[in-house]
Design a protein around this ligand. Sequence first.
Ligand SMILES: [Zn+2]
Length: 266
Amino acid sequence: MEEDSSLVIAAPEALPREAAARVHTSEYLKDLDGDEHTERTQASELPLSRQIVNAYYLATAGTCLAAKLALEHGGGMNLSGGFHHAYADRAEGFCYLNDVAIAARQLQKDHGVGKVAIVDCDVHQGNGTARIFEDDGTVFTFSMHQRDNYPMFKEKSDLDVDLPNGVGDDEFCEELSGALERISNDFEADFVFYLAGVDPYENDQLGGLGVSIDGMRRRDRLALEWCRASKTPVAVVLAGGYAFNTDDTVRMHCNTYHELESVIGQ
Ligand SMILES: [Zn+2]
């Protein structure tokens, strides 16, 4: 672990299987751990290999650690995570384990956290997350995404904002501000997970919105200032980002970190 005045860098320990079992069904985890190609694992768009599955367990442990550090320091960030398409009983998209759902349950069971809000600003709907917590009043699921994009079938989050194609910086940020205000009115979160996917970016290969790099940073600031205003700890995960120019993706993820650092430093 390295430390300076504002930054702690930490590596996660292996994820205990019981942590994953709080969200995922035993049948699905058995398939995953045994490299079994079944209807539960085949919905993934990734190969099923030991290395890839282990990477998902490690990334999920990173989200759990970021959440734990956020409790101690006010904010934490996993340089991975945001696998919001994974359902309790099956994989989907690029997602084998729903890391944020697992970390939310861990906070509640092991760290005495009551109510958790999940703010998902990836361009794709957080369908797995919405379904996992659909009957759970202690977890508020919010997804702001492009309407005409994957997944074809959208689940019902506690709050969904479906954006039309091509939305730019101002409209995107106005929609987010309005949604955050509605969440504040409906739900008093003790902890926030922020999925800071950078695929709403105008030059993303999988996205169809029109948000600039500056607009993405404004979005991060809005979401993180909202957490700071209510002194709610926040764990940030990367989620998606597929810019034609990979340097753009890296820059936007870095900007998210810088916004988190500046908000936590206040
Ligand atoms: Zn995405």
